[in-house]
Design a protein around this ligand. Structure first.
Ligand SMILES: [Ca+2]
Ligand SMILES: [Ca+2]
Ligand SMILES: [Ca+2]
Length: 275
């Protein structure tokens, strides 16, 4: 007995739904004040590890703060150096060396030293969402993914794409980082007081940099404006990708849903043609 095309379509829809569920993204919220998290408003230190909600909850994210406050490397540019992170219910900020701890410099900002947050996942992630829980006037962002080999060495990098004259440092892009995008705050969508960016890309990596918008790493104008940016990073979201380890990025494979549809449609067309 052959199956009816409608039942076959239903079966494929169920398979697609199951596949979509497996592809659902996780969210890592950089909160405070609850069990296992730092006190709200207190300085955390150099890094903090957070668990995920949604799927792949075992994949933790270690977050650390960075700014161009290191020793002078090449061509009068300073290397990146670790800063302190501090969390509030609206997200985390970075206090870089010598910076005021009062608002708005308590946030992640491009006033004075240019600040970034390094998010290092236990397993590689295709990071596609960034949530901003607080901002002051302007919150343009720059996002990079590590696609080099091994683990990144930010203390040898400057905020430049190429290497500078002198040979003692490596630009971020030459150092294995790929610019995923510069986003202007006009492109964010406000949901419940949180400003959400969608960063469409097909990179899978264990290491992501999210910073106040920075012209040093190149890229095209995607709506950013020149005023200093101040914001708190509340959460990131993405898909934990199979087999991801501590290394650099790889292209994300074709989603299972699309593969199932591609397999099922020719069969359906044949069934419907003879029905
Ligand atoms: Ca700051
Ligand atoms: Ca700053
Ligand atoms: Ca700006």
């Amino acid at each position: 007995m052959s199956s009816h095309p409608t039942r076959r379509l239903f079966a494929i829809a169920v398979l697609c739904a199951a596949s979509q569920s497996a592809l659902a993204t996780s969210r890592w919220t950089f909160g405070c004040g609850s069990a296992g998290l730092p006190a709200c408003g207190g300085t955390v230190g150099a890094s903090q590890t957070y668990s995920a909600t949604g799927t792949a909850t075992a994949n933790t994210a270690r977050v650390s703060g960075w700014a161009n406050t290191g020793t002078v490397g090449d061509n009068s540019q300073q290397r990146l150096a670790s800063g302190s992170i501090r969390t509030w219910s609206t997200g985390l900020g970075v206090t870089s060396a010598g910076e005021a701890t009062t608002s708005p410099n308590h946030a992640l900002d491009s006033s004075g030293p240019d600040e970034f947050v390094l998010v290092s996942f236990a397993q590689a992630v295709n990071l596609t969402n960034v949530g901003i829980g607080w901002f002051n006037t302007d919150f343009d962002i720059t996002v990079l993914a590590f696609t080099g080999s091994g683990t990144p060495n930010l203390t040898n990098n400057t905020l430049s794409a190429a290497d500078l004259a002198g040979g003692a440092t490596t630009g971020l892009i030459n150092g294995g980082w790929t610019l995923v995008g510069n986003r202007g705050n006009a492109s964010a969508t406000s949901v419940g007081g949180v400003q959400n960016y969608t960063i469409a890309n097909n990179i899978s990596s264990s290491h992501w940099l999210i910073g106040a918008y920075n012209t040093g790493v190149g890229g095209t104008n995607e709506g950013w404006t020149t005023g200093d940016d101040f914001f708190k990073l509340l959460h990131v979201g993405g898909l934990t990708t199979p087999g991801g380890g501590g290394g650099g990025g790889t292209p994300v494979p074709v989603p299972g849903t699309l593969a199932l549809v591609a397999l099922g449609l020719p069969f359906l067309r044949r069934r419907l043609a003879v029905a």
